[in-house]
Design a protein around this ligand. Structure first.
Ligand code: FAD
Length: 427
């Protein structure tokens, strides 16, 4: 168990970790190591790692490898709800207020790019991951939320996005109305990760943690994993919530937050046929292709308890999920539960991902931070990594390989954010 306490706020920066990300002298010294070279190494085998591998496989002549501490998808990527949404952590009118009209509009177009790339991927490689272009409802739980959805719908329409506003409940489950995004899709997230890796043909070294990143001769980078020493031209770090455990620079920039889900046995009838997001996204549910009911969320009731790395389900959140089902979907509440799980997401202060070149923050006071040229990261998916996946990974590859500009996701915006408070994920 490992514990980082940073900046005096014990509750916020206390990270309990049950898998070790450090390696001891006894574990490493004198161990026979594989020595290998690659043009590009990807650290992290989630949806972002898989999509980076896919984009890199379209460039000829590159030797690419993926290092994954556990198994592919075993971070958040095969533990989520499988919603590929165009939306952000906030509703559109909130995004406009927070980032400005132009940026909010660019962000939505950016996520619409993921939808387009995903549809292209299905056309090229087939649908082996239950791709379901069913659209999504954002559902209002109060008259105030309905007003917020109306405002969002109006702004979206004005900015050229196709969206439908409904002032009655499309589900007839005591919601006040909804906003319908017809482009949103559902997927089996684990199978999507597998499909991307398969299409890329890139090897994935599973069960291998990167525990040290160093500069090497000739402008290269050396990665030390539990099994090998890997010298590479470029490194893409897509470790999302786990980034602070590898590189302390991320400690005050990426916050680990747990999400929990419940899935029932198959229902007899289909009761919903869209992806559903309610209460500003704090609760989300869908009926899966095999008729099971999936519900996630209720974290907002226990925000402090749901911060950190403990990957476990808890009685308060699971009880709240059960009560939600009883209130709104008694048919689902009556079914036995087959699966309960948790996963760890990464939030940033302004709820947008960050892309940049790695800076190593010394753990000894008085030493200076140093940049590590050639190591680029895209982390902090803010609970929407499936929606960002294809477009964000493509941008990361272009930043790392072609020197493209990270634009709105550039990490410079968070460099002097010590006094800036977290938006609404954690407060
Ligand atoms: C309960 C829950 C529900 C969610 N629902 C949705 C949803 O419906 N739609 C949506 O868009 N998003 C959802 N999300 C968020 C989404 O799952 C994430 O944003 C997304 O999976 C992030 O992908 P990633 O590849 O960046 O990170 P991850 O999937 O977390 O992958 C990072 C990988 O890096 C590996 N790693 C870490 N450190 C090292 C190291 N030192 N060496 C080697 N490997 C390392 C980890 O083992 C991990 O596999 C949800 C998340 C949770 C937890």
């Amino acid at each position: 168990m490992w514990n980082i306490i940073n900046g005096g706020s014990k509750a916020r920066f206390q990270l309990w970790v049950f898998i070790s990300m450090t390696v001891s002298y006894w574990q490493d010294a004198h161990k026979r190591k594989l020595v290998e070279e690659a043009d590009v190494a990807i650290i992290g085998g989630g949806i972002m790692g898989a999509a980076c591998a896919y984009w890199l496989s379209k460039r000829t002549g590159l030797k690419v490898v993926v290092i994954e501490a556990q198994k592919r998808g075993s971070g958040a990527s095969a533990r989520n709800g499988g919603f590929v949404l165009r939306g952000l952590f906030a509703y559109y009118h909130q995004a406009v207020a927070a980032y400005g009209r132009e940026t909010a509009c660019r962000l939505l177009h950016f996520n619409d790019d993921t939808h387009r790339y995903l549809a292209d991927f299905v056309s090229a490689h087939g649908n082996s991951f239950f791709y379901e272009p069913c659209g999504s409802y954002l559902l209002a739980c109060s008259p105030e939320e309905l007003q917020a959805l109306e405002e969002s719908a109006q702004l979206m329409r004005d900015d050229g996005f196709e969206v439908e506003y409904l002032n009655t409940d499309p589900l007839k489950r005591n919601y006040h109305g909804a906003l319908f995004n017809k482009t949103d899709v559902g997927v089996h997230s684990g199978l999507l990760v597998d499909s991307l890796f398969q299409a890329s043909g890139v090897p994935v070294y599973e069960g291998e943690s990167v525990w040290r990143i160093d500069r090497a001769q000739g402008g290269k980078v050396k990665l030390y994993t539990t099994e090998r020493e890997l010298t590479c031209g470029r490194v893409l770090m897509v470790t999302n919530a786990y980034s602070p455990l590898l590189e302390p620079w991320f400690v005050d920039k990426v916050q680990a937050v747990r999400g929990q889900i419940v899935v029932t046995k198959p229902l007899k009838k289909r009761i919903i046929d869209k992806l559903c997001y309610a209460n500003y996204g704090w609760e989300y549910f869908r009926q899966l292709p095999d008729m099971r009911f999936l519900l996630g969320g209720c974290r907002e009731l226990f925000r402090a308890e749901e911060v950190g790395y403990a990957d476990m389900v808890t009685q308060p959140v699971q009880t709240a999920l059960h009560n939600y089902l009883q209130d709104r979907f008694p048919e689902a509440a009556a079914m036995p539960v087959d699966y309960r799980w948790s996963g760890i997401m990464a939030f940033t202060k302004d709820e947008l991902p960050i892309i940049g070149e790695l800076i190593q923050q010394p753990v000894v006071v008085g030493q200076q931070p140093e940049s590590v040229p050639g190591v680029f990261y895209a982390v902090g998916c803010n609970g929407h990594g499936m929606g960002y996946s294809f477009a964000l990974s493509k941008l990361l590859v272009e930043v790392a390989m072609d020197g493209a500009d990270a634009g709105i996701f550039g990490s410079e915006r968070l460099l002097n954010s010590a006094g800036v408070s977290w938006m609404h994920a954690l407060v």
